[in-house]
Design a protein around this ligand. Sequence first.
Ligand code: PMP
Ligand code: GLU
Length: 397
Amino acid sequence: MILSKKAQQIQPSITLAITAKAKKMKSEGIDVIGFGAGEPDFNTPENIQNAAIQAIKQGFTKYTAASGITELKEAIANKFYKDNGLKYNASQIIISTGAKQCLANAFSATLNPGDEVIIPIPYWVSYPELVKLADGVPVFVETSEANNFKYDIKDLEKAITDKTKIILVNSPNNPTGTVYTKEELIAIAQLAKKHDLIILSDEIYEKLIYGDEKHISIGSLSEDAYNRTITINGVSKTYSMTGWRIGYAAANEEIIKLMSSLQSHTTANPNSIAQYASVEALNSDEVQIEKMVKEFKSRRDYMVKKINEIENLSCTEPKGAFYVMMNISKTFGKKSNGCEVKDSLTFSQALLEKEKVAVIPGIGFGMDNYVRLSYATSMDNIKAGLDRIEKFVAELQ
Ligand code: PMP
Ligand code: GLU
């Protein structure tokens, strides 16, 4: 039987696969240290847990409106206004089963077959696959470590064709942690205006910034940018709520209406209990977030310093999110247990086999000279894991 050709072209999520593999090895008693995690290692704050329990007791356990409950849309509208200077009303907002579903809805609502979506390399694994699922064509723009992994505006313009529909912006960025400045975002918004393109802005790591950089929502930069931007965010990373599956998107009413219509058939409403918990999350003060950011910052600082002390490894300092892209290119051509390390996959496999350390090969993000390490794991794990990496690299022949 011939199954879906489209589905067969989609690669499963490598980030989720490696994280699951490391967890499984651990449950089998293997002393593995996982740097794969794409989620905060903290528990969901207690006030949010309690709001969910209360929602269950109050009977908020039924279907809700497919695009989400009004209370949460109001809390989201309030958040956008307060944090991002974006004025959206409830009819411009959709709540989905994670930001992932928002992205899937957004591509499906805007793309026609063959429409192109510009994505910077390195990219979060799911972007190209979600574009392909919506019959679009991912078009990649290279970035470089020297340019902090940001779009070079000239390269970005060169990638625009008469088929381009969307420019994707992800700041703070997964996997590089790069944070775009206001000026850089203005330049992207001007380009989008010049070529009449949609801007899709994934802002899920908004609150996880460790220095003086400020998160700017590109849609807030002008009326034109506002009108052509789909802003995506969610509670997963900010409130340690990855399992609750609540993300949200805001855009002009026409796009949100299409996204809501699609969602009404695929999953209908996101989990009702998680929606009520998210109202509490968005309305709570930022004390928990500040604590988490402080902890992530000290882990990041340790990790960056240590990596740069190891011969043949290096990294730049990520400004946000909770990942480090570690440059491994100087290890290529060397051997581990007789096997040549020649790319990110062979490096990751040899490291897991020899030292029981799980990292995500950069090829999953379109950059083969790197592996991604998440610092959403304890300082003890980070110290022990980096010591093992140091030993692994020192023993390469
Ligand atoms: N965008 C980026 C850049 C991410 O790293 C993630 C994490 N999985 C998501 C979107 C989706 O997050 P979620 O579906 O948990 O809201
Ligand atoms: N976004 C996280 C990551 O990049 C979670 C895993 C996923 O959804 O792909 O690791």
